[in-house]
Design a protein around this ligand. Structure first.
Ligand code: ZN
Ligand code: ZN
Ligand code: ZN
Ligand code: ZN
Length: 224
């Protein structure tokens, strides 16, 4: 085929309408006037973040905390670790927060104190880093094990509940009971009398009269 044949073929009228016109497959690409032929196509800049795409594992949670300078990883709140693991707590890193409120300084919640003092208390990750996972010890006594307090002079300690669900409630400890026997750093059960059954993994309500697992002890009726 001569070059004059090609030129005449290119000037043939093209039928408009639906469908691909005959021979359009071989139609040469239009060259934008002024554009350089064979110019390299600029690649879109790749946006990179340090947030890992892969789901977190118990190991990567520990590694993340260690990278923030946390020591005694074995003593760190399981409720917090579980929250980081399941994504309920998204720890900011220096890369995505320039305001110096990342990592341990990151604010989880600001709420009024759960006691009569009623002061607003801001809770950071650092405040609950070593919070015990069980608030049932001495909750009526000013929660001596709690790691957060408001500015009020006579403030009893505040437990931050349900960090593992990203809810962050303030409580005296009576309703803070994070089960550490459950898999994946455990989960919050609420009332301090809820127990984990080591036989079946279910939870049951333990009263001062004792009581066993509803699932394993068929005679026991489930509390409504
Ligand atoms: Zn208070
Ligand atoms: Zn459990
Ligand atoms: Zn929890
Ligand atoms: Zn059981």
């Amino acid at each position: 085929m001569s070059s004059s044949d090609q030129a005449s073929a290119a000037t043939l009228p093209v039928k408009r309408g639906r469908g691909r016109p005959k021979g359009s497959r071989n139609k040469p690409k239009e060259v934008v006037s002024g554009g350089k032929e064979n110019a390299p196509v600029a690649k879109k800049p790749r946006i990179t973040t340090k947030t890992p795409k892969a789901p977190m594992t118990k190991k990567t949670v520990d590694e993340l905390l260690a990278s923030l300078g946390v020591q005694n990883l074995g003593k760190v709140s399981r409720c917090l670790k579980a929250g980081i693991l399941n994504g309920a707590v998204k720890l900011l890193t220096p890369e995505n927060d320039p305001g110096n409120k990342f990592g341990l300084n990151q604010v989880l919640v600001t709420d009024s104190c759960c006691y009569e003092c009623g002061e607003d208390v801001t809770c950071t990750v650092r405040d609950v880093l070593y919070q015990p996972d069980y608030g049932g010890n001495g909750y009526g006594d000013g929660a001596p094990n709690a790691t957060l307090k408001c500015e009020g002079e006579d403030c009893g300690g505040i437990f931050v509940t349900e960090i593992c669900r990203g809810v962050f409630g303030y409580d005296s400890g009576k309703f803070f009971n994070h089960c550490t026997k459950c898999p994946q750093f455990g989960r919050c059960l609420g009332d301090y009398r809820e127990c984990h059954c080591s036989k079946c993994g279910d939870h049951f309500f333990m009263t001062s009269f004792g009581g066993g697992c509803y699932t394993c002890d068929k005679k026991r009726k489930r509390r409504i």
